[in-house]
Design a protein around this ligand. Sequence first.
Ligand code: ADP
Ligand code: MG
Length: 353
Amino acid sequence: MPLDVRKIYKSYDNAPLLKGVSFSVDSGETVCLLGRSGSGKSTLLRIIAGLEQPESGTVLWDGVDLLNTPVHERGFSLMFQDYALFPHRSVEQNVAFGLRMQNLPADTIHSRTMEMLELVHMADFARRRVTDLSGGEQQRIALARALAPRPKLLMLDEPLGALDRTLKQSLLDELRRIIRKANIPVIYVTHDQEEAFSIADRLIMLNAGEIEQIGAPEDVYRHPGSLWVAGFLGLGNVLSGSVVSPSNRTVSVSGCIVNMPECKPLPEAGGRVNLLLLPDVPGLKIHRECDAPDPGQPGLNLHGTVSESVFLEGKYRLTVQTNTHTLQFVSQARFNSGDKVTIHYPSEEVQCL
Ligand code: ADP
Ligand code: MG
């Protein structure tokens, strides 16, 4: 892998922030580093860029340790969350900045600058002052500036963080197009899982100074490795079960005995486990109470009342209140608030966290 981040430790004021963070990024790959605000994401980017030194651990590029390579010789670009544009310079001068630092001939600088402005659809703004641009336009200029020197690695620190929700979606599509076209490895930092899902080849989940899970977005979503990852991704259907027999993999939950599929080893009989139900899985059936099948049907049968039904992208997102939990499921069929329902959740889809 071109970029290899190995066992990075960093603390501030004796409080550990990064506790042995390791991951790598492949050529042309976009990874999203996801974690809550304050989890050390920006610090990690600054360490990779060379703006900050780790206490221990290394950053390698094509197998070469960069510890003693200064920032400007690493050939990486970091786009800061606040864009850090030069306010007194024009759009063109901002984009040309990195190219000037490389002492390239003036005509090369000009053509490359214009090429970058075309790429972000801002060529008509070349002579404007950056202070006369909207937030979304400034974001494009910051991106053009970061890409102009043809970096080996692009790092984007919450690139859409400062923008409002409606602007985000269109800029995200744009950003994806530009990143794919540049075909360089990208580390994209965000605390917004929807943003990460729509842009990442792989997700890197950072929590409490450690990486809890790395994987393709669909794998992380379908099989979150921990309670924290599930919660962060908004997967809140977590039930507490009690192990009946670890060898038979049976767990008692909400009055049902569920045969757990192979996953983590279960604790001994009587031990508690957290069971995750995804909102939309094959074999999930939701019945109105009067049409409910025999109560003896194997699997997990939950009884509850629909407290909310929202029509979204051709399906209904239901909130169902059981005796003990508030759960969310996706249904093809319409249900109304107040409907009493039985949810049949197939045992083979139950996961333990
Ligand atoms: P994130 O980008 O995930 O929000 P940061 O990397 O910006 O997190 O910061 C994580 C924590 O480290 C914060 O609590 C911040 O106050 C602290 N921190 C970051 N930089 C410094 C610094 N130079 N000196 C002291 N504390 C810092
Ligand atoms: Mg940050």
